[in-house]
Design a protein. Structure first.
Ligand SMILES: CC(C)(COP(=O)(O)OP(=O)(O)OC[C@H]1O[C@@H](n2cnc3c(N)ncnc32)[C@H](O)[C@@H]1OP(=O)(O)O)[C@@H](O)C(=O)NCCC(=O)NCCS
Length: 195
């Protein structure tokens, strides 16, 4: 699998050289609590195991996980992954806290979606955001994802199931939608969805 590029970012397949970045970034509970399968606290061994698993899954054509680097600084800033889960494509992402609020998640995820629809030939990609993760709801709205239903999903870091807004983006909608015109996600909508 080759690397992907955007205006500001380089997305390269996650590899063992990223273990220390994963370990440092995922030591932050504000990140792991919004993810499903990331433990807290997060150890170097967790990072090594994750990277080995996704490297194997990539070889099997079951997952494509990218470490995202800022082109300006050549520094790793986050991670975006496309996985096949129960026969369906699922996208997930996280960014280290110093890099929040710069549009990196939207820019990187949009590039991985183009890869999913254009190269992997997915017909649709799913994603979910926990009810208290307004920023991720906003990222998905900007990308053109639409709500499907609400479900309880495990959060390993929290040690409990959390209400999760499930969303879907079809290839057709991805090609058509003007993402920056997506309406803002408001707390009241999130609460309405989650209850
Ligand atoms: C969610 C996350 C990936 C967003 O990354 P990011 O690079 O800051 O995202 P972007 O800058 O592309 O977009 C964030 C959007 O949310 C908005 N936002 C952020 N916090 C918000 C809040 N509390 N209320 C309303 N909007 C908010 C931003 O203004 C921006 O929208 P805009 O472009 O319309 O202004 C990042 O916060 C993160 O890694 N969080 C922890 C892990 C996580 O939640 N992963 C996703 C799991 S589903």
């Amino acid at each position: 699998m080759s690397s992907l590029e955007t205006e500001r970012l380089l997305l390269r397949p996650a590899s063992s050289e990223d273990a220390s970045f994963f370990t440092a970034a995922l030591a932050d509970y504000d990140i792991s609590r919004q993810l499903s399968s990331v433990p807290y606290p997060y150890t170097e061994e967790d990072a090594d195991n994750f990277i080995a698993t996704v490297t194997n899954a990539r070889a099997m054509g079951e997952a494509w996980v990218f470490t995202v680097l800022s082109k300006a600084t050549a520094t790793p800033v986050g991670c975006v992954g496309l996985h096949i889960k129960d026969g369906r494509y699922e996208i997930g992402y996280w960014f280290a806290k110093p890099y929040w609020g710069r549009g990196f998640a939207t820019e990187a995820a949009r590039r991985v979606l183009a890869f999913a629809f254009g190269v992997v030939r997915a017909d649709a990609v799913q994603a979910g955001w926990f009810h208290d993760n307004i920023a991720s709801g906003r990222v998905l709205a900007k990308l053109g994802f639409t709500a499907t239903h609400v479900e309880s999903w495990p959060s390993r870091a929290r040690g409990e199931k959390v209400l999760c807004n499930r969303t879907l983006l079809t290839r057709e909608l991805f090609g058509r939608k003007k993402p920056l015109e997506a309406p803002a996600v408001r707390q009241s909508e999130s609460t309405a969805l989650a209850t």
